[in-house]
Write a protein that binds this ligand. Structure first.
Ligand code: PLP
Length: 390
């Protein structure tokens, strides 16, 4: 799939003069994050497709060397399969409909699954039969380390996990263990603790596991957060895993979403009205910016004025309202911008590659689906840009 490519975000403004929001994909930044994981993580790196399933993002990650994909719905499996036929998908949702399991197995040849109950294991056994597929048992992890907890909804207790792992082996599947410490996890200690707990379960179960999947959750470096570099997380994971007596053919696995793609996209929005210290922009919490609201995150922002016209050197905080006709559509934190910001100007919002277009709705008729790529080549591509719902 081709998308329109521009030399810079400023060129997007010059050429498109967009009154609609434009998601700008930065292939060089995606490549850098992919390299950080592929070189630094001591095992197999899966990309969690849910975080940003846009074909332009998936294609760029593939070009950057990502070959494995954590898919959590049949549509995600189909998307990756059709776009990247040689990619390997893992169906890593602990709760799947039987029809989805059937199609994933029969049509797409999925060979890796996740369970956290014996009922889900029954479903997989009845549907995929006796293939030696990998079945990962998902463990609950402790809460409190991450901005978004996931163990409320998924994961079994250590006692249940011991029984499930034995059951997985008894039924002829290849046993593995997974967990997810929660999204935007603030400390590497969360992984060390979860790995130690997984080790105790594996020892108790006495089955040889093929993968230890430490999940996603790796943090982005949002403004105002004090977080260790990813290499520190990788080091802690490597050291914690080394303390376990894992079988020689057991591989570590991770499935990051946010940390792989958050830097890879910026969002170009236009100011449609200034009212005192409030700016009304054309995207908001029902569109690409819902994550800012839920996570109380502050992204980097910069004002762009067409034609490079001068702007004030004094900065001021502005309250930011989204486009919909309701009062929930307001960002939790102000944007600090030149104090003469006004309608017709644009704002480039950084760090919006994760859970942005993936969760955007078309509520109130505001569909935010224009996507372009930014590169150091001359502007290229079809006159039309790629829309996320193509
Ligand atoms: C099973 C699973 N893996 C990976 C991820 C990606 O997590 P993150 O974006 O925090 O890296 C998620 C997110 O919900 C998930 O549910």
């Amino acid at each position: 799939m081709k998308s329109r490519r521009f030399a810079s975000v400023d060129r997007v403004v010059e050429v498109l003069d967009p009154s609609y929001p434009v998601l700008c994909v930065h292939p060089d930044r995606l490549a850098r994050s992919a390299e950080t994981f592929l070189k630094g993580f001591p095992g197999r790196v899966l990309y969690a497709v849910k975080c940003n399933p846009h074909p332009v993002v998936l294609r760029n990650l593939w070009q950057a060397g990502i070959r494995h994909f954590d898919t959590a719905s049949l549509n995600e499996v189909a998307l990756v399969h059709e776009l990247l036929p040689d990619a390997e998908c893992y169906f890593n949702h602990p709760v799947k409909g039987t029809a989805a399991i059937e199609a994933a197995d029969h049509i797409y040849g999925i060979e890796a699954w996740v369970v956290d109950t014996v009922d889900e294991l029954d479903k997989i056994e009845e549907t995929v039969g006796k293939h030696p597929d990998v079945v990962q048992v998902r463990l609950q992890t402790a809460s409190g380390y991450a901005a978004f907890d996931l163990s409320l909804k998924f994961g079994c207790t250590p006692v249940e996990a011991v029984e499930l792992l034995r059951d997985v082996q008894r039924r002829g599947f290849v046993p593995a263990v997974s967990f997810h410490v929660g999204s935007q996890c603030r400390t590497p200690e969360a992984y060390a603790r979860a790995i130690a707990e997984a080790g105790a379960v594996i020892r108790e179960a006495g089955v040889p596991i093929r993968f230890l999947n430490v999940g996603g959750g790796f943090p982005a470096h949002y403004r105002g957060t004090q977080i260790a570099p990813l290499d520190t997380f990788f080091k802690v994971i490597r050291e914690a895993a080394a303390k376990l007596d894992l079988p020689p053919d057991c591989e570590l696995m991770c499935e990051p979403g946010r940390a792989l793609v958050v830097e890879g996209c910026t969002l170009l929005v236009q100011i449609h009205l200034r009212k005192g210290a409030s700016l009304y922009i054309n995207d908001g919490v029902y569109g690409n910016l819902s994550e800012l609201n839920v996570g109380k995150l502050t992204p980097p922002v910069r004002l762009i004025r067409k034609g490079g016209k001068p702007m004030s050197r004094e900065f001021a905080p502005f309250r930011i309202f989204g486009p919909t006709c309701d009062s929930i559509d307001v960002l939790p934190e102000p944007f600090v911008l030149p104090d003469d910001a006004t309608d017709g100007d644009w704002i480039e919002i950084g760090q919006v590659g994760a859970y942005s277009n993936a969760v955007a709705s078309s509520f109130n008729g505001f569909q935010t689906d224009a996507v372009v790529e930014i590169g150091d080549e001359p502007d290229t591509g079809p006159a039309r840009f790629v829309r996320t719902r193509d």
